[in-house]
Design a protein around this ligand. Structure first.
Ligand SMILES: [Zn+2]
Length: 137
């Protein structure tokens, strides 16, 4: 569970997405889910879109099937939260705490992003955190 202020903040983002002109026309399945489940699209790549629910749950829309389902992969869940916190910095406090002494990610030098052909993309080593979180195996 996430604090009430965070739910409210995510809820405002959901409303902003829904209010954006022509969104429903471009992706009706997603628009309907955003409205009914109250989820905020925070990250997208060729494979899918990650969405954050007002309750803090992470969902994925698969771009092949267009199906939307809760995301169980911890790395993708982290990417969703890091992306959300990039857009709404208040949410940073809900990211995993960095253990004292954890060095910066060597690939992105602690920025969470790398530059590929003039485009900033999320670091695939630390998943945008800027340091490497130990995932349970
Ligand atoms: Zn990195």
């Amino acid at each position: 569970m996430i604090p009430a202020w965070a739910s409210e903040r995510i809820s405002r983002e959901v409303d902003a997405v829904l209010a954006a002109a022509d969104f429903a026309g471009r992706n009706p399945t997603l628009a309907s889910a955003i409205q009914h489940i109250r989820i905020w699209p925070v990250y997208g790549d060729l494979g899918g879109t990650l969405l954050l629910g007002v309750d803090g749950e992470v969902y994925t829309q698969d771009h092949n099937t267009m199906e939307i389902a809760p995301e169980s992969d911890l790395r993708w869940r982290l990417v969703a939260w890091v992306s959300a916190a990039e857009r709404v910095p208040e949410l940073r406090v809900l990211l995993p705490p960095r253990p004292t002494g954890t060095p910066d990610c060597q690939v992105c030098r602690g920025t969470g992003n790398i530059l590929i052909k003039k485009h900033q993309v999320g670091c695939g080593v630390c998943w945008g955190l800027g340091w490497c979180l130990e995932f349970p195996h």
